[in-house]
Design a protein around this ligand. Structure first.
Ligand SMILES: Nc1ncnc2c1ncn2[C@@H]1O[C@H](COP(=O)(O)OP(=O)(O)O)[C@@H](O)[C@H]1O
Ligand SMILES: [Mg+2]
Length: 466
């Protein structure tokens, strides 16, 4: 053992480790769904931290037995546009073996030619059940390991659960353990606490059962704290709201009972967040800033997507109305919100109970902006847009279906919170407009086939002004 320890990979020596992995990462990273810097060349990598979670024992080269797990935080240097964040930091969990068994072939990253891992094969460690089990084991015995700190709440964590990787994710990687837990591994790492840990913890403290309570989590301590992953109970047999809505549309079923229940669930979460965390009122200058930021996003989107141009004057009236109300001294209350609420962020259990998940906010926005208190109507606008998306993705377009859902959702929300979102029409319209503008930009960039969906909303929202 002492001999193995003395021959362990010199991870601290980033001068050789990272350069030796760089050619592989150059190829592999841009192909990952969660890599946000697609289409921009990678100019360099730098090592933020390296932790040997399972020692990579150099003695076993050629012996086919040794498996190691390296946890890396790597900064990826790329030329950036003014609006883009430069040099994102990514979390990598690299499996290291002398040779990959065939079942792990799809997880291959590549063969290392030189440096401390010369002659080894590195691969996506989360796809190796043995390494995924090791990660769960770390949560069971919390503490510090290299640059990492593992923490857990009061509930003991079961052992020996078989892991599987979920393939639904967009910007993270999630592992399910024996249908008991789901571990969400963040890939793009931002400084500070991720709201997807912060808000579920606050909600759990408040006794709000609408959000699966974090069971355990891990962070990087240096340069920290940076939230790296959260383990929560897996809601077995739950179905997501988007799939349920599409199924209801396909079979011609009403969705208003569900929409009403979703309104209640949203209101309960908002009420608990408002109790748990600060609720500052928007000062006049902040309201002006809110409206100005929406105008700015509209103008930037219209530059990028010329089809928006004709609607800019009509859409602007939504933001001007909010600015005018602010100017007249109307001050709205803000609070922490979900930040990216839509049907795909809701789960319905077999007994009909709705939960909300994924409190990360819009991953494209900087973390400080996502953690800022906002009018709760922002979430409501998100869900209303989602009903519209669902209705529009079904042929023939069923406008009434979305309108009924909208009413039921607002009624459910009003019933549980005492506040009807429709009682502030200017604020609701401004947030719906802002959301639709974001969607136009997103669809134009990523899914041009879907562009007609937000464009239809843009036409409707711009016409309100006439
Ligand atoms: N607690 C949970 N129980 C069951 N399934 C879950 C749970 N949390 C997430 N999921 C499933 O994983 C998917 C992705 O999770 P989410 O947190 O929304 O990550 P992403 O940021 O990748 O969207 C969800 O759409 C849902 O199907
Ligand atoms: Mg999600």
């Amino acid at each position: 053992m002492s001999e193995a320890a003395s021959t362990r990979v010199a991870l601290a020596d980033s001068t050789t480790l990272l350069p030796s992995l760089a050619p592989l990462l150059h190829e592999w990273l841009p192909r990952q769904r969660w890599f946000a810097g697609k289409g921009r060349p990678i100019t360099a990598f730098s090592l933020v931290s390296a932790t040997e979670m399972l020692p990579v024992d150099t003695c076993s080269v050629g012996a086919r037995t040794g498996t190691g797990l390296l946890h890396l935080l790597v900064r990826v240097h790329q030329p950036s546009m003014p609006a883009q964040s430069p040099d994102d930091c990514y979390q990598l969990l690299l499996g290291v073996r002398s040779a990959l068994p065939p079942r792990l072939a799809p997880a291959l990253i590549g063969h290392v030619a030189k440096g401390p891992l010369a002659g080894r094969t590195v691969y996506e460690g989360l796809h190796d059940p043995r390494l995924a089990e090791l990660l769960l084991e770390r949560f069971r015995t919390p503490g510090t390991l290299g640059a990492l700190r593992f923490d857990r709440g009061g509930t003991p964590i079961a052992a020996g659960l078989a892991p599987r990787v979920l393939d639904t994710e967009q910007s993270n990687t999630s592992l399910v353990y024996g249908n008991a837990y789901i571990l969400k591994i963040f890939r793009r790492i931002f400084p500070g606490t991720n709201p997807d840990l912060e808000l579920p913890l606050a909600l759990a403290r408040e006794g709000c059962g609408r959000v699966p309570a974090p069971v355990a989590w891990f962070e990087a301590t240096a340069p920290g704290p940076l939230t790296l992953g959260v383990l929560q109970p897996f809601l077995r047999g739950a179905e997501d709201g988007w799939q349920l809505a599409l199924r209801a549309l396909a079979s011609g079923h009403d969705f208003t009972v569900e929409a009403h229940a979703l309104g209640r669930a949203t209101a309960e979460v908002h009420t608990a967040l408002a109790t748990a965390l600060p609720t500052p009122a928007l000062r006049r200058s902040q309201t002006e800033h809110l409206a100005a930021a929406m105008v700015q996003r509209l103008e930037a989107a219209a530059q990028a997507v010329p089809a928006l141009m004709p609607y800019v004057p009509g859409l602007r009236t939504a933001f001007d109305a909010v600015a005018a109300l602010g100017h007249r001294g109307h001050n709205w209350v803000t609070q922490r919100v979900h930040g990216d609420l839509h049907l795909g962020q809701t789960l319905r259990a077999a007994d009909g109970f709705w939960s909300l998940i994924d409190f990360e906010g819009e991953p494209a926005r900087p973390l400080p902006e996502r953690r800022r208190p906002q009018p709760p109507v922002r979430d409501i606008a998100g869900m209303l847009r989602s009903f519209d998306y669902a209705a529009r993705s079904h042929r023939p377009w069923n406008a009434e279906w979305a309108a009924h859902c909208r009413t039921a959702y607002c009624e459910g929300y009003a019933k549980a919170s005492g506040v009807d979102p429709r009682s502030e029409p200017e604020l609701l319209r401004a947030h719906e407009t802002d959301k639709a503008v974001y969607e136009v930009l997103y669809e134009a960039r990523h899914r041009p086939d879907w562009l007609p969906v937000p464009m239809a909303a843009i036409q409707r929202l711009a016409a309100v002004a006439r």
